[in-house]
Each structure stands twice: as C-alpha cells, then as structure tokens.
Design a binder for this molecule. Sequence first.
Ligand SMILES: Nc1ncnc2c1ncn2[C@@H]1O[C@H](COP(=O)(O)OP(=O)(O)OP(=O)(O)O)[C@@H](O)[C@H]1O
Length: 339
Amino acid sequence: MGDDGGGIGGRAMSAACAEGAPVRVIHNPTSGGGAWDGEAHLRAALADRGVEWVRTGRLGEAREAAREWRDGLLLVVGGDGTVNEAVHGLGLAGFPEGVTLALLPTGTGNDLARTLTVPADPKDALETVRAGRTRVLDAARVRSGEVGERFFVNVAVGGAGEMVSEAADDESLKGRWGELAYSRAFVEVARSFHAPVVRLVVDGEERRVRALNVAVGNCRYAGGGWPAIPRANPEDGLLDLVVVEEAGLSGLLGLGRKALTGADYLGDEGVFFARGRSIRVETVPPGGFGFNADGELVGRGPVDFSVIPRALKVIVGSGYAPEPPERLSDRALRVVSQA
Ligand SMILES: Nc1ncnc2c1ncn2[C@@H]1O[C@H](COP(=O)(O)OP(=O)(O)OP(=O)(O)O)[C@@H](O)[C@H]1O
C-alpha cells in the first residue's frame, strides 16, 4: 500500500494500511436500497486483517462506531449519509491521527466518492482500498443553534438543494427512482421554491443576495452528481461557497445544462463564488431555509462554517487530484444528466 506524498510521513500512512493493521468496517445495510451483496467477498478479502464489522441498525450508530476508533483503517460501506456520520464521529474524537478513512460506496448518490475518484463498482473500490493511496484532506466544522456542532468533508447545501436532498431521502423516492431520485426531487422543488434574501459573511466580508441555493464545502458534488462546488480543492485550507441567485426558470435551466456538461459555470451571471476560512450564512429574516451536510440536518440558520486544515487521512482513487480539473468528468456527472 502506498503513499503518493499527500503531505504526511510515509511511516504514519503505512501504519494505517500495512498488513495486519486493524480494520473496522462500518456497514449500513440499508444504503442504496440494500442492493450491495458483496459482504462475503469483502470479509474474505479482509480475513487476514483483524476485522471488526459494525453493522448499523439505525441513525447514529455509524457516528459512535467511528468516534471510538482511534487507530487503523475505518472502511465505510455505505452512502454519503453513513460517511458523513463517520466523519462527524471522527471529528468529535478530534480527528485521531492514527485513523485512515476509506470508502466502499454502496449508497444512492455517493457524491464524496466522485471527488475522491473511488470507483462505483464495489470490487474496483476494494482494489482502491488495497492500493492505499492516501491524502490528507481538510474538514469542515459547522455550528448552528439547533444542531450545535457537526463535522463533514463533502458539501453542505441550503435552500432548494436542501429541499431536494430531503425530498430524495424519502424512502419511496429512492426506492422507486434509485440514482435518479435526486433529479426527480429537483423537478418537484423547482416548481415551488421561493428564494429568500441571504446574508453571507466570508472571512469578515459581508454580502446580501437573493439565493436559490447555497453550497459550502470542501469537495465537488451533491445531490447525486450535481457539481455544487466545481472548483473545490479538498486540500487548500479553505472552504468554497457557491450561491446560485434567483435566476428564473429559464436562467436556471441554462445554468443546469452548462453545469451538467462539465463546464465551469462559476463566472456566470447570477452565480456568486467565494473562498474563505470562515463562512456565515443567514437568511433575512432568519429561518428562511434549511441547511444539510451530505443529507444530514445542520439547521435553519444562522449557520457558521469553518475549515479544519489537514484534518483527515482518506484513501483516494488513482484519478484523484486536489486541484479541480478544467472540465468535470463525465462519470461523476453521468447520473444527473440522464434525467
Ligand atoms: N439499519 C439501518 N436502518 C435504517 N437506517 C439506517 C440504518 N443504518 C444507518 N441508517 C441511516 O441510513 C441513512 C442513509 O444511508 P446512506 O446515506 O448511507 O445511503 P443512501 O441514502 O442510499 O445514499 P446517499 O446518501 O449516497 O444518497 C443514514 O443517515 C444512516 O444513518
């Protein structure tokens, strides 16, 4: 298992991935509608590694299983909600240095895996875990009056995107539409959403816009392949903010078409983009829309985001680079474009 020079000492990295280093698997059997059938294969593949297998039975168990894991590989078999819980648990434990996170993406959207280029096919994803190419990513901390403190590494969305995520999480929608559940939910939300005025404060600089969607984070995708933060660099010590302003339906469709061909839409009219170490978002008046991080509720605001640089070791795919590509990959966008 190798270290490609992601900024940590080779010794620390290999300690997590070396033969015999302990592995805890956190497996959410409900992710992706429970379609994954690779448990026997994965158990056999890890047989010589002293595996602890935690099968989650409800919301919150993945968080606790991650929180108490201090040394070795933490392999999450699940979707973005399960990974988010695990990252939150590691954050609550102070992101222990001895832990390396790995993904076997069996969820519906699998958005974090898209930025990390962890393959969608579980057998290929397992090869990626075995290869052990490790990088150190920044994490994000978000605070709100309702939920307190949460940690995440992917994307938090507020406004229309939050409603889409909530609507897609409806079991019947994910059950009926599978990967297309997010696109289906978008159509429903776009019909009824009214954009509130939002006050944004990025490293002390304030701006007000009428916002349809606000995305804050560290990786690039949300909602099953939507490039919510296309220029995010997970290792630059900064969080990205992308606000889609009130654009009217035709403006929105034009923007959507452009984004889904992989083109960079951040310079377009009606899109506000900024980077910073701390980002506050509040609607005026407060409570105008909700925020979630990877599908988990963060609050209705105000919400305060801050970056935790170089917080978390993560195994990435062979195609991963921290700098965003000029055009986002077709594979990452494939799911949404089909709708
Ligand atoms: N045994 C369980 N029964 C029901 N829900 C569970 C169970 N274990 C975990 N959960 C919850 O299921 C939720 C959804 O899981 P997850 O996000 O992994 O799958 P998904 O929704 O199919 O994928 P994605 O988020 O990538 O679209 C998580 O919030 C998790 O806490």
